[in-house]
Design a protein around this ligand. Structure first.
Ligand code: ATP
Ligand code: MG
Length: 361
């Protein structure tokens, strides 16, 4: 699959922009704060309905405008589809596929699969468990509609349960109703644990080879899933913690507390890894994601690389650029130096200057 073109109106620092992409490697270069990342963000939005930076819709609209529009043509299996996104300041965004409005964001999933790699991905390795859960959820929601539905049901039940725990503090008799929520909580929670376990297993199968190649067989990497509670005794654990949950007015066990550790040669690199080791692990993780997506959708996703080349040493840059030759890629960078003398094939170059894009040829 690939993105044929994109049009932006009043999006971030763009008044009006229309670009056609190449099926291969597209480079966006320019000084800082010119609008390179904004273009990748718009593409990501059309894939997931959300900004990769977690920005709100109103922040995506040009400062002096009330609405913004994104139009994108995506080609999958030789068929071109049109995605329209209409961003409004105080109302939910409108989305249409081939001119027909969709009601649920999930209807968009699968039309365009994107793997987005930015220096912030290092946070998946370095930061707290929330970042790793977000990673699992973002990936799984793009690939598995059942997971998406289980996760949203789970979060709904979790909110209801937490609300009830707060009410119980004022009205003890409500305790009996916990049971009703707990059954559903465990049912959805188990599905999530099971899917996450399979996901980590599959990613391990792919990542081990990639990481071993990048590090010249020096490092063996493994993700170890650490569920907050094993699925077989989820219900017992939840019951055991009921009194505590009532006291603290929040649910203490369940997939919303899951984590995974990243081990290199058996050592947890979140705690003990060097900066370079952590960065390489993030790179392996992202490259594995490409093949994970491919396995599920039987097609290559689009790869967005935001400012990552300058962060990698020349060996890792080579590995990355060599392994993406068969994927449509959008790369942002401040200069073209990284590509000169390296014989990497660039198909299209865009120069970004203050909300305008030029095609030097
Ligand atoms: P860097 O190399 O530093 O990453 P970049 O070219 O990727 O820079 P972007 O993040 O794409 O830069 O764009 C940043 C520019 O967009 C900034 O100048 C910022 O002020 C502007 N900008 C962000 N949001 C809006 C908005 N809603 N309206 C107008 N301009 C905006
Ligand atoms: Mg940027």
């Amino acid at each position: 699959m690939y993105i044929e073109s994109i049009e932006l109106k009043n999006y971030r620092n763009y008044n009006s922009l229309a670009l056609e992409f190449d099926k291969g490697t597209n480079i966006f270069y320019g000084d800082n704060a010119q609008g390179k990342t904004n273009i990748l963000e718009a593409a990501y939005l059309c894939s997931t309905t959300k900004s990769h930076r977690g920005s709100k819709d109103r922040e995506l609209i040009k400062f002096d405008a009330d609405e913004a529009h994104i139009r994108m043509f995506v080609n999958k299996d030789g068929i071109s589809r049109k995605i329209d996104m209409h961003l409004k300041k105080s109302k939910p965004k409108g989305i249409a596929i081939d001119g027909i409005p969709i009601r649920k964001a999930s209807e968009l999933f699968g039309l365009l699969n994107i793997v987005f790699f930015s220096p912030e991905d290092l946070n998946i390795i370095k930061n707290g468990p929330g970042e790793r859960r977000r990673f699992m959820d973002l990936e799984l929601c793009q690939l598995d509609k059942l997971y998406l539905s289980n996760l949203s049901s789970y979060n709904h039940v979790l909110n209801q349960r937490n609300k009830l725990l707060k009410d119980i503090a004022f009205q003890e008799s409500l305790k009996d109703t916990l049971e009703i929520w707990d059954e559903q909580f465990v049912q959805y929670g188990r599905e999530i644990i099971e899917t996450r376990r399979r996901f980590i297993d599959e990613i391990n199968g792919i990542m081990e080879k990639i990481h071993s190649s990048i590090t010249g067989n020096r490092e063996k990497i493994e993700l170890v899933y650490e569920p907050s509670v094993p699925d077989e005794n989820f219900y017992q654990e939840l019951s055991k913690n009921r009194e505590k949950d009532c006291r603290f007015k929040q649910t203490s066990v369940g997939p919303h507390r899951d984590d995974f550790s990243v081990k290199v040669n058996g050592i947890d690199i979140r705690r003990y890894g060097s900066q370079g080791q952590q960065r390489t692990a993030a790179l392996s993780l992202k490259l594995s994601e490409i093949y994970m997506v491919k396995k599920v959708i039987k097609d290559m996703p689009v790869l967005l690389l935001d400012d990552v080349l300058s962060e990698l040493d020349s060996n890792r840059q080579n590995y990355l650029l060599n392994s993406i030759s068969h994927v449509q890629t959008m790369i942002t960078c401040t200069g073209l130096d990284d590509f000169i003398d390296k014989r990497f094939h660039i198909n299209k170059i865009f120069k970004v200057i203050d909300g305008d894009v030029f095609c030097p040829s």
